[in-house]
Design a protein around this ligand. Sequence first.
Ligand code: SF4
Ligand code: SF4
Length: 359
Amino acid sequence: MRNLPNPLQSLQSGHWFKLICGASYQHLPAVRNLALAYSLAGADCIDVAADAAVVAEARAGVQAAIQIAAEKGSALARPWLMVSLNDGEDPHFRKAVFDPARCPADCARPCEAICPAGAIVFNPKSGFANGGVTAERCYGCGRCLPVCPIGQIETRSQTVPLATLAPTLLPQVDAVEIHTQVGRVVEFTQLWNQLRPWVRQLQLVSVSCPDGAGVTDYLRQLYAQIQPRPAILIWQADGRPMSGDIGKGTTHAAIRLGQKLLTAGLPGYVQLAGGTNRHTVEKLQDLGLLGPAQTTPDRPPHIAGIAYGSFARSLLMPHLETFTTLETMPDLLWPTVRLARSLVQPLKLVARPAAQVGR
Ligand code: SF4
Ligand code: SF4
């Protein structure tokens, strides 16, 4: 039986792969199958919405992957489950809304065409009636907003009620991510104080922040508030949020921010997100930024891993739409896993070949 690297080893060696299902993505069959496919492909962490039903589906997907791997003679290292929290308004924690009754009859429905999640649907028979945003599929990317000719699409922000959810939710997961933005020390500290009793039970805490003036000073201020220290701390460089499926160039913002955080020397691991896609590994390799995360005097620090959201989901989305339980359909399961593996393996293979599970 082969033993694959566990998540901590992946972080230490610079091979950490995180799948982002989406902080507000609640489409349960897709979450389950994303967790299953990317677990079999070698993901180290599955990041999902802080919602009991979503966490349960992700766990079920991971468990199914472990069982399938065992049947094939491999000991799959269980990916860690992470839930995302926010300390204020944040695009990751919002849903698009509009009133389909207000849509002009001759509108070409650009909103429907541009939505990467298939969240906007209209019934062909009844026109605009009964159409609109399917809330559980919307992950807040905002692409539908500017294309509406009458400007009627809005977003509704959400804040995860940690104090209410923590006792039942946090024992079900391994890790928590806090989404913050420059200038929110007070709000971050309030959220951290709610999380504090649970920190010792978690494997990992991640702090996700987009770029902004004074971002490294801001993160240093947060580090001072992070007590007790989590076992593992990740700084997630959220370059261009929820954009990895748009085009090749979206990865640059995350790399620039990652370099900034590495230069700042913040204690903990630096991991990229926000705009990451199939080109990210290659760009990081060109810049010499991938490798073991430890710093030595003669070697600069490295990026410990990459989180993939929009791109990872869009890669599998056509497969995820056609069924509900992937493992019951082997003819669909393995092509889907191969697709997932095509994203995971380049990162895993940077320094050494990784064993694979399945066929
Ligand atoms: S385009 Fe983005 S924000 Fe609009 S409905 Fe789709 S997922 Fe939600
Ligand atoms: S683009 Fe605006 S008006 Fe047109 S179908 Fe979508 S929500 Fe309605």
